[in-house]
Design a protein around this ligand. Structure first.
Ligand SMILES: NC(=O)c1ccc[n+]([C@@H]2O[C@H](COP(=O)([O-])OP(=O)(O)OC[C@H]3O[C@@H](n4cnc5c(N)ncnc54)[C@H](O)[C@@H]3O)[C@@H](O)[C@H]2O)c1
Length: 339
C-alpha cells in the first residue's frame, strides 16, 4: 500500500516534539512538506525528516497533493487552515482548542463533511496510559457511580514551552483567544466528559489574569461544573504553578475514591470503602519536560488507513470547547451558563 502523504502546518513545540517524530516513526506515513513563516523551522524539519519547506501553507497546498495535514499553529489559525486543507481533500488533525469560537468549529466540521475527509482534534489526554486505565476501571463498575470530582491542570506557563518563549503568541489574545483555559482547561473539559461518559450541563467560571505580566489572556481559572447526570465537580487551569505543577483528577464514587495523577509512580490509585486499595503503575503522565508518545498521531493514521472515523472527532472537540466558552461567558456575566 502506498504511504499516506502528510504535511505539517506550524513547526513549533508541539510539531517538533510530538507530531513530526510520531509521523516519522509510523511506517505508513511519508512526511512530504512543512509550513512555517519562520522558514528556518520548516527547513530544519525538512532537513531532518525529508520533504519540502514552505513559508506559507496556502503555497504548500497549491504545490503539494497531500492526504493528511496536522495543524500545529496558534489557535486563531486552526479554523482557516483546517478548512483550506479539507477543501484541498486532506484529512485534518488539528491541535486543541480546535477553534476560537463554536461557529468556527462548526464550519470546520462542515468543511470536513462536505469534502469527505476526517477531522480529528489533538485531545491527547484521553490516550495517556493513566487516563486509559482510569476509564477502564471506572467503566468496570467496581467504584459504583461517580458522585463528585475535581480535575486540574497547571504548569508554569507557555514561556518555557513555546518556540518563541516569552514573545509567544500564547500571550496575545488576538492569536490565542484564551490563555490557560485554551491551553489546559480544554484538555480537562474533554477528559472529564470522556471519563464520565457524561456531558456538561451548567458552568460557573472564575477566570483571571493574576500573575503573568504584559498579557490580556487568563492565567488562572476555577470552574464549577454540573454534569447532565447531576454530578458536580471543579475544573482548574493554571499557568502559575511555578512549583508543583499538576495534572490530576479525583473521583469520589459510591464505593470509594479514584485518584489519577496525584502520586508520581502510582498513577491511578483506587481506595474502596471496604478497605481495599489498588495502585496501578501505568506509565508516567506526560508533562512539558517529560514527553511520551501521544498516541494521537498513530490513531489518526489508523483512522485513515482503516477508513474508520476518528473517535476524537470535530464534534467531540466542539463539545469540549463549548464548556470553556461557557466558562468565559459565566465570568463575563457573573451568571451560571447552561449548555
Ligand atoms: N495537545 C497538546 O498537549 C498540546 C501541547 C502544546 C500545544 N498544543 C497546541 O498546539 C498548537 C501550537 O502550539 P505550540 O506549543 O507548538 O506553539 P509554538 O509557539 O511552539 O509554535 C507555533 C508555531 O506556529 C508557527 N506559525 C505561526 N503562524 C503560522 C502560519 N501562518 N503558518 C504556519 N505556521 C505558523 C510559528 O512560527 C511557530 O513555529 C496550539 O494550538 C496549542 O494549543 C497542544
Amino acid at each position: 500500500m502506498s504511504k499516506i502523504k502528510v504535511a505539517v502546518f506550524g513547526c513549533g513545540a508541539i510539531a517538533q516534539r510530538r507530531h513530526i517524530p510520531e509521523y516519522a516513526a509510523n511506517p505508513n506515513v511519508e512526511l512530504v512538506a512543512f509550513a512555517d513563516p519562520v522558514i528556518e523551522r520548516a527547513q530544519s524539519m525538512a532537513d531532518t525528516y525529508g520533504g519540502k519547506s514552505y513559508s506559507s501553507y496556502e503555497e504548500l497546498l497549491k504545490n503539494e497533493k497531500v492526504d493528511a495535514v496536522s495543524v500545529c499553529t496558534p489557535n486563531f489559525l486552526h479554523a482557516p487552515m483546517t478548512i483550506a486543507a479539507a477543501n484541498a481533500g486532506a484529512h485534518v488533525l488539528v491541535e486543541k482548542p480546535m477553534a476560537s469560537t463554536a461557529e468556527e468549529a462548526e464550519q470546520m466540521i462542515e468543511a470536513a463533511q462536505k469534502n469527505g475527509v476526517y477531522l480529528m482534534v489533538g485531545h491527547n489526554q484521553r490516550l495517556m496510559p493513566p487516563h486509559v486505565k482510569a476509564k477502564e476501571l471506572l467503566d468496570s463498575g467496581s467504584l459504583g457511580k461517580v458522585l463528585t470530582f475535581r480535575t486540574s491542570f497547571g504548569h508554569p506557563g507557555p514561556e518555557g514551552w513555546s518556540v518563541d518563549g516569552r514573545e509567544s503568541w500564547f500571550f496575545r489574545k488576538e492569536e490565542a483567544t484564551m490563555g490557560a483555559m485554551g491551553d489546559l482547561g480544554v484538555h480537562k473539559s474533554d477528559f472529564i466528559r470522556y471519563l464520565l461518559s457524561d456531558e456538561v450541563a451548567e458552568v460557573a467560571g472564575f477566570i483571571s489574569t493574576i500573575h503573568k505580566e504584559g498579557t490580556d489572556v487568563d492565567d488562572n481559572s476555577t470552574c464549577i461544573l454540573r454534569m447532565k447526570s447531576g454530578v458536580i465537580g471543579t475544573l482548574t487551569a493554571s499557568w502559575t504553578q511555578y512549583k508543583g505543577g499538576d495534572n490530576s483528577t479525583v473521583l469520589w464514587c459510591e464505593k470509594g475514591v479514584m485518584k489519577i495523577g496525584t502520586v508520581e509512580g502510582d498513577e491511578v490509585i483506587v481506595e474502596l470503602t471496604n478497605g481495599n486499595v489498588e495502585t496501578h503503575k501505568v506509565g508516567v503522565m506526560a508533562t512539558n519536560e517529560k514527553q511520551v508518545p501521544s498516541g494521537v498521531i498513530d490513531s489518526f493514521v489508523e483512522s485513515i488507513l482503516t477508513s474508520t472515523p476518528p473517535s476524537i472527532s470535530g464534534e467531540e472537540g466542539l463539545r469540549s470547547l463549548k464548556v470553556i466558552l461557557a466558562a468565559f461567558e459565566s465570568q463575563a456575566t457573573g451568571k451560571i451558563v447552561k449548555l
